[in-house]
Each structure stands twice: as structure tokens, then as C-alpha cells.
Design a protein around this ligand. Structure first.
Ligand code: MF3
Ligand code: CO
Ligand code: CO
Length: 261
């Protein structure tokens, strides 16, 4: 069952999603050579608590930290620790906040210091893949349309989409129905309805799509050691399009109904 959010639930989702986005914006300033992923975790943890929320990942299915930090060939679910970032690294920081009973989920991949050509390419393509998915979202579109748009964007740049992980419905639970695959066939799958809220969060590899799990049981890496990048937003289906609940800067205003201008 895919929940259709009420107006009150949507208002609460706007608040938690805004806090998740603000946490990501705040931590970006700390992504510099020499910082450890544990320090980034602690900065986010404190910020989230100071704003009356808790970090959803902490103790989620035994996850031991408050955010996920995935560096270079790490695809997702990296555990913050002693690793020291260096110039030329890319790092995805994935923030999920739990505020007043609702989860908000967003991530971006950042460059540490000066971007490398490969780092620059994979981050630009991964962002373009998320945006291609977002552009599809409106009532009557189907989940297969999103997956198809995302994967076509990756393939058109000779990159690949990880198949083992997907976007998800979100609300009172961190991960709800539906599963939002980042590949698919146009005109297939569940039809989108106004009031649905879900994430789109493609993991895009510079090389082959296959992944492997590290011995810590959480960190996912590319099997061929190629770079991987991910961007994630939490998205509300509106009457005529969508509202990107985790964007702060009007970046996606073009996809909103006219009355929002
Ligand atoms: N935030 C991730 C997502 O986008 C999930 C992280 S689960 C954790 O769905 F346990 F690793 F935190
Ligand atoms: Co998510
Ligand atoms: Co996330």
C-alpha cells in the first residue's frame, strides 16, 4: 500500500525535509582536505539534535552512525570513521532527519578541494540522472517512466546505474512503498498520484554497474573500483507536477505548477 499524505502530513514532511537539506548545506562548508568522515558525522549529529530532530540512520538496522559518507568508489552506506579526506576525493553525504514523526532524506556528492576530471564527470552525470527522474514526476506518470529516464541519462554519458538499491516511499517510516527503481520501461509500473512522497536517488558508476559489499557489512563499493556518485531528493507529487521537498534554493521551481510562481 502506497500512502497518500494528508495536508497535515505534507506540512510535517516539508519541515523534516527542510532540516535535512539545511544539514547538508551546513556540512558542505566542512568538506575540506584533512577532515575525517567521523568529524563530518559529529557535526551533522549535533546540528540535527540542536534542531529538535534525530538522525534516522543511527541504529537503523544496526547502522552505527548518524549519516552515511561514501568516498570515491564507495557507492553508498559508507560508515563515518577515521578516514581523512584528501583533495580530489569525491564524497557522498546522505542525511536523513526524523522530526515530529516524519523522515526527510537527501544526499549530494561533493568534491574535496580541486575536482579531478573523472570526479567532475561522474558527479555531473549523477546529478543529471536525478534531475531527469524528477522532470518525469507528475500525476499519471508511472514509476517505469522515472527509471527509464534516469538510466537513459546515465547510458547516454557512458555511465551505468546500480541496480541493487533504489529510491523509496518515505514518511512516518524511513523506507516505505513503493520501491523507485532507477531503471525501467516507459509506461509500466505504479501510476503516480497527487500526495505520494518518495525519493529518487540514483547511484551512478563511471565503469560497470556491479557492486560488492565490504566486510563491515554496510559499505557498498563498485566491483571494478570505478568512481560512483549519488544525489538524492525527497519529492511530493502535486496536482500538476512535483515539489522537491529537500531543495532549498528554488533550484526546481520550473517543475512546480504555475500558481507557485
Ligand atoms: N539514507 C539512505 C537512503 O537513501 C539509507 C541509509 S540506511 C543506513 O535510503 F542505515 F545506512 F543509514
Ligand atoms: Co533514501
Ligand atoms: Co538517503
Amino acid at each position: 500500500m502506497i500512502s497518500i499524505k494528508t495536508e497535515a502530513e505534507i506540512a510535517a514532511m516539508r519541515r523534516t525535509c527542510r532540516l535535512a537539506a539545511e544539514t547538508l548545506q551546513m556540512v558542505e562548508h566542512h568538506v575540506v582536505a584533512g577532515v575525517t568522515t567521523q568529524e563530518l558525522n559529529d557535526i551533522c549529529h549535533r546540528f540535527i539534535l540542536e534542531h529538535g530532530a534525530t538522525p534516522s540512520p543511527l541504529n537503523y538496522r544496526g547502522f552505527p552512525r548518524s549519516i552515511c559518507t561514501s568516498v570515491n568508489q564507495q557507492v553508498c552506506h559508507g560508515i563515518p570513521g577515521k578516514r581523512i579526506l584528501k583533495s580530489g576525493d569525491i564524497i557522498n553525504i546522505d542525511i536523513t532527519t526524523y522530526l515530529d514523526g516524519f523522515h526527510g532524506d537527501t544526499s549530494k556528492t561533493f568534491h574535496v578541494g580541486k575536482p579531478t576530471p573523472k570526479g567532475d564527470k561522474i558527479c555531473q552525470v549523477a546529478k543529471a540522472c536525478l534531475d531527469a527522474g524528477i522532470r518525469v514526476v507528475r500525476p499519471g506518470a508511472r514509476l517505469g517512466d522515472i527509471g527509464w529516464a534516469v538510466e537513459q541519462m546515465a547510458l547516454s554519458h557512458h555511465c551505468t546505474v546500480v541496480r541493487e538499491y533504489c529510491g523509496h516511499g518515505i514518511g512516518r517510516e524511513f523506507h516505505e512503498e513503493p520501491a523507485v527503481l532507477h531503471y525501467g520501461k516507459p509506461n509500466t509500473g505504479t501510476m503516480l498520484q497527487q500526495g505520494m512522497i518518495f525519493t529518487i536517488e540514483p547511484m551512478v558508476n563511471l565503469g560497470k554497474p556491479e557492486i560488492r559489499h565490504m566486510p563491515d557489512k554496510w559499505t557498498v563499493v563498485t566491483r571494478d573500483h570505478s568512481l560512483s556518485s549519488q544525489f538524492e531528493h525527497t519529492i511530493l507529487v502535486t496536482a500538476t507536477g512535483c515539489d522537491v521537498l529537500t531543495s532549498l534554493d528554488g533550484e526546481y521551481l520550473c517543475s512546480l505548477p504555475l500558481e507557485n510562481y
